[in-house]
Design a protein around this ligand. Structure first.
Ligand code: MD3
Ligand code: FE
Length: 213
């Protein structure tokens, strides 16, 4: 009986790691997402934005959707058009929206529809310092993240930057949902290792699907 249980045991599709934090390991079609990121970059290239304080953001970013997250001397905000080109951001493909809404539903967030997807690109040595996502209108809406390529350690702190972090290894194809109390928590990503990934080379990509407007 015990032996049979061992053989038939399957990993759960989703795990709640902390209140409001849901991890779906190897949930995503990596190639589909990677091809999509490359298509977006053709019209809205990855770029290094500037913080309002004048510092270069080491993670390169771009967007798709009705609005894209943007930062320069004038502040953090959502822009309807890509300031680089003046054109609308590429649309979020329907098949991808469905996958994201479906996962949100499984975590208890009914009717989540992303109107914005920010894409981060990390190269070796680059990290994301602890911050809160607070440029969106409605904090009852979760954020759904998809990771691709080289693995990274994601850290979630809590209501303050200090203290002990919950460390989560994010691997290619993982989907992570942040809602409830976790939505307002400080989080960051540790320095990316200099590794090679068959799909993305030295890079790690992260897609954050948001209800921004
Ligand atoms: C926790 N990106 O773009 S994704 C970001 O891996 C960002 O590129 C990270 O933080 C990355 O703002 C982390 C997971 C994530 C996204 C949004 C969150 C975690 C979050 C919002 C609130 C709390
Ligand atoms: Fe964030």
């Amino acid at each position: 009986m015990m032996q049979n249980d061992l053989f038939t045991a399957i990993a759960p599709e989703m795990e709640e790691l902390a209140p409001g934090v849901f991890l779906f390991q190897k949930y995503i079609d990596e190639e589909l997402f990677f091809n999509q990121a490359m298509k977006v970059a053709e019209t809205a290239p990855f770029r290094h934005m500037i913080t309002p304080g004048g510092k270069k953001i080491n993670v390169a970013g771009t967007s798709m959707g009705d609005a894209g997250w943007y930062s320069d001397r004038r502040g953090y905000r959502y822009e309807n058009n890509d300031p680089l080109s003046g054109n609308a951001w590429p649309i979020i493909p329907k098949n991808i929206s469905k996958i994201i809404s479906n996962a949100a539903d499984k975590a208890g967030f009914k009717d989540f529809i992303a109107d914005s997807c920010f894409i981060n690109r990390y190269e070796p040595g680059v990290r994301l310092t602890a911050h809160i996502d607070q440029d969106e209108q409605n904090f009852t809406q979760p954020i759904v993240s998809v990771s691709l390529g080289v693995s990274a350690i994601f850290q979630i702190f809590g209501e303050t930057r200090g203290g002990k972090a919950l460390n989560i290894s994010l691997n290619s194809g993982d989907l992570l949902i942040f809602g409830g109390p976790a939505r307002r928590h400080y989080h960051g990503v540790k320095k990316l290792d200099n590794f090679d990934h068959p799909l993305t080379g030295k890079y790690r990509y992260n897609f954050t699907f948001r209800h921004a407007l």
